[in-house]
Each structure stands twice: as structure tokens, then as C-alpha cells.
Design a protein around this ligand. Structure first.
Ligand code: NZQ
Ligand code: ZN
Length: 386
């Protein structure tokens, strides 16, 4: 196991009907800006319930953060928050709203042009201050509610923004708030959380037993309860387990001290940026083909994954690995996700467009060993067209 520091200050408030507790998590004198998306949080009453729970505090609202949040929209929120001298941001939504709110919290104080926040990759911008924020999660998927990352769209490209100042102070995880989600969004969320775990687990062994077994536990839970949540909106026990899985998949805990491979995400982000495909779906398309391409590099972990997650241990190594990858793809298909690029209208020319964009973004040396270049990305995507 490699050396690591672990820090995660977000308080999780898990369970149904606890929004009245908001009052005890935000300073009494705070002026709060509620940030929400295209309208679901308003329509289903969550914004109103939050306002009620905030009691006599001054509250303003900013709605309209789109899926894959846009820089220009967020800058309007920054202007409003500064004008109104807001001192707490409350995100109500999925990953897009939570990520957008993190960006607002940084951009309100950033000493350079706000665009500069986007250009520091995984090392993060040199921000010194951020407005405190909290989240009410309405879509389990990204783990944004308990991490320090966000992904912002600017001029048709997606940029990760990482900054420890943006860890939410608290996040409410109320599984009942997710019951209004269309089931395609549940499928996207299961796929996203699944791939978050895979990218921190399926690399090469470093004898990190706790991280490996936690990762396998989350994968097994997603395999067990993801489909139940997808097909039965009343199965609350499954929904609770799915929701907690998504948070644990990307709150940092399983990624400590292990190599990580975010190639599927980097390729997926380009598919979203160029073609507007929902984040979780892009990952479900890319992952099986990436694993087939990287079978040799990931052999030891693929065998462990096959055995411990899919219970496959009979046969030759390559047969075991092929079966595990096929099962992974079938799992995504069982959630109604098509894993062929052609079904999203993408052909060979489309693949070239995606890899050209990746080159522009400097995404040319991916994977846990930085040896996955654009030729390989091209092969992965062309194999995924079918
Ligand atoms: O905008 P509204 O009207 O609220 O509708 C949303 C949106 O259209 C809807 N929705 C959310 N909660 C709902 C609901 N509809 C009915 N009932 C509810 N309870 O769902 C749609 C999708 O929402 P979005 O927030 O875009 O989805 P998700 O949570 O999957 O977030 C995706 C974004 O997160 C980024 C992605 O790149 C993408 O921009 N990611 C963030 C990460 C992070 N911060 O750590 C990591 C991820 O890998 C990911 O890249
Ligand atoms: Zn993701």
C-alpha cells in the first residue's frame, strides 16, 4: 500500500424526512443562497421544504443550473451571490448542481479571472477562500456530496475543478427525495458509482486489503440493489443501500494508498462534451471496451474482480477475465443502458472528433501507468461502435 493522507470533513445526515434539521447545521445569522437545477427540486417541493427549515434566515434562490453545469450560468449565480452578500450556499440537486455550487463558492472569492479556476486539472487552483456550502442530494451518482471535486463545462469542454475548500460542510441524503427520478437517471447513477469504484480498484495490486474489500463490497451492493432500485421505486431498503454506495464510491476512502485509473472518465467526459450523452452512460459504453483493451496490464486485478465480485474462478485466466468483462457489460445493459456507440449516433468520424478534442485538452497519457495514449483511445472507441 502507498502512503496517504485522508481527510473528509463532510457530515452526512442520512435518512428520510430529516430536512427540518437543516436549522442546526447553518449559522443562525447566515444569508443563504439556494442553488438548484432545471426545476425538479422546485417542482417536487424540496426547495420550499428547505426554506421552511431555514426559519427566519434571509434566503435567496438561484435556479437553472443545467445538467453538465455551464460556466456562464454559474457566473450569473456568482454575481447574484456577491451582490446579495451571501454567506452560505445550499445546493439542492444532483452532481451538476452540487458541482456548480462548489464552483460558485470558489469564484465568489478568486483573485484571478474565474476561468483560471478551470485550468488546474487534478492538482486544483490556488484558491484561498470559498463560501461555506451544504448539499441536499436528489440524485445518487457522483459522490459530489462528500468530495472536493466538480466538473464544469466551458466552451463545450468539461473541466475538473478540485479544491479542498469545497468539501460540503454537510450533506443530507434522503432516499425518499430520489423517488421522483426517472429510472434512466437511476441507471446512470448506478453506472457512475460502479465505474468510480472500478477506477480506484481495477488497476494493479498493492496489497491494500481494506480498500479492495470495501471496493468489492460497494460493487456487490450496486449489483444487488442497483437493479432493484431501477425496477421498483418503492423498494426503500435497496434505494438506501444504493444511495450510500454512491457516496462511498467517491468520498475518497476507497482511493487512499492505491493506484487509480481515470481513463474511462476522461474519455467519457469527451463523449458528453461532444455529443451530450449523460455522464453515467458514457462510462458504461467505454469501460467494457477499455477493460478488453487493457486485459494484460490489469490481469491480476481482473482475476480478483472476477472471483470476488462475479464469483467466476473456473477456466483459463483469459476465459475468466472475458466472462467478468462480459458480465460487467451485461450488468449495464440490464439497467437499460445501451453500450454500443452506434446507438448514440457515433461513427468512426465521431470517434476522430472525440480524440481530437482529447488532444486539445492534453489528455494524451491516461491510466494508472500513464501509458494509454490516443491511439489506444481510438481503438477502444472504434471497437465500441459495433
Ligand atoms: O435539473 P433538474 O430539473 O433538477 O433535473 C435533473 C437533471 O435533469 C434530474 N434530477 C435530479 N434529481 C432529481 C431529478 N429529476 C427528478 N427527481 C429528482 N430527485 O436529473 C438530471 C441529471 O442531473 P445531474 O445533476 O446532471 O446528474 P448527475 O448527478 O449524474 O451529475 C452529473 C454531473 O456530475 C459530474 C458529471 O460530469 C456531470 O456534469 N461529475 C461530478 C463528479 C464529482 N463532483 O465528483 C464526479 C463524476 O464522475 C462526474 O464527472
Ligand atoms: Zn463519474
Amino acid at each position: 500500500m502507498q502512503n496517504f493522507n485522508f481527510y473528509n470533513p463532510t457530515q452526512i445526515i442520512f435518512g428520510a424526512n430529516r430536512l427540518s434539521e437543516l436549522d442546526s447545521h447553518i449559522d443562525k445569522g447566515a444569508k443563504v443562497m439556494i442553488v438548484y437545477g432545471g426545476g425538479s427540486a422546485k417542482k417536487y417541493g424540496t426547495v420550499d421544504r428547505a426554506i421552511e427549515a431555514l426559519g427566519g434566515r434571509k434566503v435567496i434562490e438561484f435556479g437553472g443550473v443545467e445538467a453538465n453545469p455551464q460556466f456562464n450560468t454559474l457566473m450569473k449565480a456568482v454575481a447574484l451571490a456577491k451582490e446579495e452578500e451571501v454567506d452560505f450556499l445550499l445546493a439542492i440537486g444532483g452532481g451538476s448542481v452540487m458541482d456548480g455550487t462548489k464552483f460558485i463558492s470558489l469564484a465568489m472569492h478568486y483573485e484571478k479571472e474565474p476561468e483560471d479556476l478551470l485550468f488546474h486539472g487534478f492538482s486544483g487552483p490556488p484558491a484561498k477562500k470559498a463560501t461555506a456550502l451544504g448539499c441536499i442530494v436528489t440524485l445518487p451518482a457522483t459522490g459530489s456530496e462528500s468530495n472536493a471535486g466538480g466538473v464544469i463545462t466551458y466552451k463545450d469542454q468539461k473541466y475538473p475543478v478540485m479544491c479542498p475548500l469545497t468539501y460540503p460542510k454537510f450533506s443530507f441524503l434522503d432516499p425518499e427525495l430520489t423517488q421522483t427520478l426517472p429510472r434512466e437517471q437511476i441507471a446512470n447513477g448506478v453506472a457512475d458509482a460502479f465505474v468510480h469504484v472500478i477506477e480506484q480498484y481495477l488497476t494493479y495490486p498493492v496489497d491494500a486489503k481494506v480498500q479492495d474489500r470495501m471496493a468489492e463490497g460497494i460493487l456487490l451492493t450496486l449489483i444487488e440493489d442497483g437493479p432493484k432500485t431501477y425496477s421498483d421505486s418503492d423498494n426503500m431498503e435497496a434505494r438506501k443501500n444504493f444511495m450510500w454506495s454512491a457516496t462511498n464510491a467517491l468520498n475518497g476512502i476507497i482511493g487512499v494508498g492505491v493506484p487509480q485509473d481515470w481513463a474511462t472518465h476522461m474519455i467519457g467526459h469527451e463523449l458528453t462534451a461532444s455529443y451530450g450523452i449523460a455522464h453515467g452512460r458514457t462510462l458504461a459504453v467505454v469501460l467494457p471496451y477499455l477493460l478488453r483493451e487493457r486485459k494484460d496490464k490489469k490481469k491480476a486485478k481482473l482475476l480478483q474482480y472476477a472471483k470476488r465480485v462475479w464469483n467466476i474462478s473456473e477456466g483459463r485466466d483469459d476465459e475468466i477475465i472475458n466472462q467478468a468483462i462480459d458480465k460487467t457489460e451485461n450488468f449495464f445493459n440490464s439497467l437499460g443502458i445501451n453500450t454500443k456507440l452506434s446507438s448514440y449516433g457515433i461513427d468512426e468520424a465521431g470517434v476522430d472528433r472525440v480524440t481530437a478534442n482529447m488532444e486539445k485538452m492534453g489528455l494524451t497519457a491516461l491510466s494508472e501507468t500513464q501509458d494509454l495514449g490516443l491511439d489506444t483511445v481510438k481503438r477502444i472507441l472504434k471497437n465500441a461502435i459495433i
